[in-house]
Write a protein that binds this ligand. Structure first.
Ligand SMILES: [Zn+2]
Length: 164
């Protein structure tokens, strides 16, 4: 993906996010201590845990406005299942794009998760939050460094089963 020096592209991405994005949570670990519910033998947290909902880490959720799509260039090992019939994708690697704004002043990292919840038709979150999908962030591509003009993150993600 080439992002070099194009203000138009920034605007395009921004528009795309506005029209086709939705609100999600960027879930970030707090601290370096596992949650008290974490079972080191089973490598699982307690789904009923009020502190971490089974994630095994205390966390903080930050709202982002993002778009999620299938990764067009899967990294090696991205195929968990053999390729299926044409038109059906079995790739479980996705990319989440979001724009860094003053409201979403967050620094994404590979320790984060993306949490997709039920949203209204306008894309905003619909409380009480009902989790639809959780994604494990595997790679963070930060476009802010491109001449200082860009403020986009692209996160390569894998879908995560809850309680794993
Ligand atoms: Zn817990």
């Amino acid at each position: 993906m080439a992002f070099e020096g194009s203000i138009d592209l920034k605007q395009e991405l921004s528009d795309l996010l506005k029209s086709e994005g939705r609100q999600m949570f960027l879930r970030q670990k707090r601290g370096t201590q596992r949650c008290a519910c974490w079972n080191d033998l089973t490598k699982e947290g307690d789904r009923e845990c009020p502190r971490c909902s089974g994630f095994g880490w205390p966390y903080v959720d930050k709202k982002i406005w993002a778009r999620i799509e299938v990764a067009t260039q899967p990294t090696s090992g991205a195929y968990r299942n053999p390729p299926g019939a044409p038109g059906f994708s079995f790739v479980d690697e996705y990319v989440v794009y979001f724009e860094q704004t003053s409201q979403t002043n967050v620094n994404a990292s590979v320790n984060d998760w993306i949490v997709e919840c039920k949203t209204k038709t306008d894309g905003t979150l619909w409380p009480p939050y009902k989790i639809e999908r959780v994604w494990d962030v595997n790679e963070v591509i930060d476009y802010r460094e491109n001449k200082g003009q860009f403020s986009f993150y692209a996160l390569r993600c894998r879908r995560l089963g809850l309680g794993k």
